[in-house]
Write a protein that binds this ligand. Structure first.
Ligand code: ZN
Length: 243
């Protein structure tokens, strides 16, 4: 998981969502009204919502939780069954794959004693504060309760299932390092080829791995971890801007 920046919707769509929220909040049974309104959501507004979610997701519109599969579902971060008043808030929407949304998260939404979410919201939290990538295995080390719960709910360290996300991250690191070296090699001699390689790296699944490379390159020990050549080319080519 990596930090994602949420854009602003058009005024027309914000107003359309606001009208539905007002209907839900005013209903005798907000939960039922949220379900009904979700089944009949305003089409134009939601085509914009989906487009913006796909644009803000990493890579080629990857799931914001696992970063592996295509994001097919609009996920209510605060589940609409328990928080119907948030069912039509733009800030409550994330793009998820159907596996993360329907098989894993479902209505699970752990909160702390104060009622604050214990799942990482990559549009509000910096996931790197809660999850540290272990490059040798591709696993995440949890840095607290939010990391623990997110790893548990989304199976982020599950190596037993076929999707094996740690393996995916480990392989992403191998591929991204090769792409970065190739980019550096052709940069001065073939601008078109360099751009193709940059787009391949930018669109690669497990975008948190590219983010980890950028963050690690800035550390005083970055060259010990990555090698001085990798740190140098990440800085020279301003790879942070690829994210
Ligand atoms: Zn997913």
């Amino acid at each position: 998981m990596r930090r994602l920046i949420r854009p602003t919707l058009t005024t027309k769509t914000v107003k359309a969502l606001g009208r539905v929220t007002n209907r839900v909040v005013a209903a005798q049974n907000p939960k039922d009204q949220a379900e009904k309104s979700w089944d009949n959501k305003p089409k134009v507004a939601f085509s914009e919502v989906r487009m913006e979610l796909e644009n803000m997701a990493s890579g080629r519109s990857r799931c914001m939780y696992c970063e592996d599969s295509f994001g097919t579902d609009i996920d209510h971060f605060w589940p609409k069954a328990d928080y119907p008043e948030r069912a039509f808030l733009w800030e409550n929407y994330l793009l998820a794959c159907s596996y993360c949304n329907s098989n894993l998260k479902r209505k699970l939404f752990p909160v702390d004693a104060a009622g604050s979410p214990l799942l990482i919201n990559p549009t509000e939290d910096d996931p790197e504060l809660y999850l540290r990538l272990l490059p040798s295995t591709g696993e995440y080390i949890s840095l607290g309760a939010k990391g623990d719960e997110s790893i548990k709910v989304f199976g982020l360290n599950d190596t037993a299932s076929a999707r094996n996300l740690p393996d995916g991250r480990k392989h992403a690191l191998i591929c991204l390092l090769a792409l970065l070296k190739d980019y550096d090699r052709v940069f001065a001699i073939d601008a078109d080829k360099a751009e193709e390689i940059r787009l391949a790296a930018k669109g690669f699944p497990f975008s948190a791995v590219l983010s980890w490379l950028v963050t690690t390159a800035k550390l005083p020990v970055g060259s010990v971890i990555l090698g001085a050549d990798i740190v140098s080319l990440i800085q020279t080519h301003q790879v942070e801007g690829w994210l």
